[in-house]
Design a protein around this ligand. Sequence first.
Ligand code: UDB
Ligand code: ZN
Length: 185
Amino acid sequence: MILMKDIVREGHPALRKKAEPVSFPLSNEERKLGEDLLEYVKNSQEPDLAEKYSLRPGIGLAAPQVNASVQMFALHIPEDNGKTISFIAVNPKIVSHSVEKTYLTSGEGCLSVDRNIEGYVPRYARITVKAYDLDGNEFKKRLKGLPAIAFQHELDHLNGIMFFDHISKDSPFQAIPDAVPFERA
Ligand code: UDB
Ligand code: ZN
């Protein structure tokens, strides 16, 4: 299983590389990686497991964060309506997006960043995405709110982009045009 010691931190070159697309069928190692990414986010949200293994609770994790430069990430996001958005995305892409933007009013963090970096990170408010599951089946989803924000954060990891790259240096809390703020619960 993935532990915090396996998650590379800011400054590690893996976080700045462009990840390679994966070809199907996946190798056993590639499949295991995808399963492990999802297992981490699930386990980290279970208070007893998080405490036992000292896991920082997370809602998404991308392969480059465990030093694997391949296009794969997992999201596991409990929603207000009681449903949970949970999937592994292989070779993901955004096929269309709203003009409207959004941002977390409290700013973003990252499991690979051990400091608080304040400021607004502009994201598309709504996205339509395509990706493959571990069996090579393509799927399409419409995402909004936190799942949309998290998908864009993870997709950035596959392109070597960190959330703070998007924060305005001279005025981090500058209003973002066409943006609807997203307040975390
Ligand atoms: C996270 N979690 O998992 F708005 F209920 C972050 C950390 C870095 C703070 C652990 C998070 O933002 N949780 C959250 C947000 C809400 C409401 C709520 C829980 N990640 C994953 C990561 O680093 N992946 O690479 C950070 C991103 C998740 C969405 C934006 C930042
Ligand atoms: Zn991150």
